[in-house]
Design a protein around this ligand. Structure first.
Ligand SMILES: [Zn+2]
Length: 426
């Protein structure tokens, strides 16, 4: 009898598990052209197990308990990145079980709320991965499978004893994405929002190239020690945030059949004020207060500074790129500028490494120059537009951008009247 029951259970398990063939046709929640999230038929191209939602891009893990406390003896004893991750992982959780209903056309419909959320999360990460590997041409080997902790109990004990909620983020100490439970957020769940997940995936790419994939990047660690005067930290955080928004925008333009180009990365998940503050289509200028804060204060005391400067940078890039070809060339140039060992045009990684002991030498000027120098030769119009917008909107001195190689801004570069000049030595 026991054997017969076991056999029946095995049969049932088989019949519950839809066959996995690539690509899989499923329904996910996708932003449509009318601005609503709708159940939409999509293809998952990289999933190898549709029930546990595992594939080339991501592996989803549920119910983990993740806790970081500076007083935790296990955390204090950790000497390596791997040991820290182990110390933080109080329970690694287990793979999830998605359930589906198959329609007559063979399309899988999520059968419960979590499956809708999970399938959409995988789909959004797959599209972000597709954007970075195909549109931006990052080698697939640089972007292997990443763990996604789904609805973990995530406690940052130095901040609060309560588990964190209402967020979806890339978390370098665990080299994982975290999709946290909802609490107060009433709008589209963050993991459902393709632009937000692309922004987070862009942080993973930035981490890999600029910080060599480090769980605790040395520039962030070293520079954060300087309290309320962290000019290098301010710039590198602004680059990370602003360029993540620009990537989310360019990636959204790939999806012309649906919602299309989205300059409002936070739209449909956050309130209008926050959405508008990050809209990269709104013309922006470096003002005196922002400049003073960037060069003399700290993201430690002004947590919004990285987003304000980042959105300004993203706006300058948005203003400089009109055609699809320009957007793609720019996205590739940005990722090329993340790391380049060529001493004639060093990347952010190398600039940060040489400024580890003096963050005042990691400046927005050098970062802007690195971006321009990675626009391939021959893109004369694009380079000219970026040079003009960086000089005008970011207030980068023209003579810091010009030079005599084909990668520099041309000597003819000038500013426009779009932004009033500020005092760079107040
Ligand atoms: Zn971010």
């Amino acid at each position: 009898m026991v054997r017969k029951l076991t056999a029946t259970a095995a049969l049932l398990a088989l019949s519950c598990a839809p066959q996995t063939q690539v690509p899989m046709k499923v329904r996910a929640l996708v932003l449509s052209s009318n601005g609503a999230y709708e159940p939409t038929e999509v293809e998952l191209k990289t999933v190898t197990d549709i029930v546990s939602l595992e594939g080339k891009v991501a592996r989803i893990q549920g119910n983990a308990i993740l806790r970081l406390a500076s007083t935790d003896p296990e955390v204090q004893a950790a000497q390596t990145e791997e040991a820290l991750a182990r110390a933080m992982t109080k329970d690694e959780g287990r793979s999830i079980t998605a359930s589906y209903i198959t329609d007559p056309q063979g399309v899988l419909w999520p059968a419960d709320f979590h499956t809708w959320n999970l399938v959409t999360t995988y789909y959004n990460l797959e599209r972000a991965w597709d954007y970075f590997t195909n549109v931006v041409a990052v080698p697939q080997a640089e972007l292997p499978q990443t763990t996604v902790h789904y609805f973990p109990e995530f406690v940052l004990a130095d901040v609060s004893d309560q588990p964190q909620r209402d967020n979806a983020l890339f978390y370098p100490p665990l080299k994982s994405f975290l999709v946290l439970p909802f609490d107060k957020l009433q709008k589209a769940p963050l993991a459902t929002n393709a632009s937000i997940l692309t922004h987070e995936y862009a942080h993973l790419v930035f981490n890999r190239r600029v910080y060599g994939g480090s769980a605790l990047p040395a520039p962030l660690n070293n520079w954060a020690q300087s309290g309320d005067f962290t000019p290098g930290l301010n710039v590198i955080k602004a680059l990370d945030e602003g360029l993540a928004d620009f990537h989310a925008y360019v990636a959204s333009c790939q999806d012309v059949k649906r919602f299309g180009c989205n300059t409002r990365v936070l739209a449909y998940s956050f309130e209008d004020v926050a959405v508008n503050e990050r809209d990269l289509a709104t013309p922006r200028c470096m003002g005196q207060l922002m400049y003073n804060n960037l060069t003399r204060s700290s993201v430690n005391v002004l947590p919004n500074l990285a987003y304000e400067v980042g959105t300004l940078l993203a706006n300058a890039l948005f203003m400089s790129t009109t055609t699809d070809a320009e957007k793609q060339t720019m996205a590739r140039a940005i990722v090329a500028a993340y790391s380049d060992t060529d001493a004639a045009r060093p990347g952010f990684n190398q600039l940060a490494a040489s400024s580890l002991n003096d963050q005042t030498t990691f400046t927005l000027i050098k970062a802007a120059k690195a971006i321009i120098q990675h626009i391939p030769a021959g893109n004369v119009d694009l380079r000219q537009k970026v040079c003009t917008n960086f000089a005008t909107r970011l207030q980068i001195p023209v003579n810091a951008l010009t030079g005599n190689t084909e990668y520099d801004c041309p000597a003819s570069t000038t500013t426009t009247t779009d932004c009033p000049a500020i005092n760079l030595n107040p």
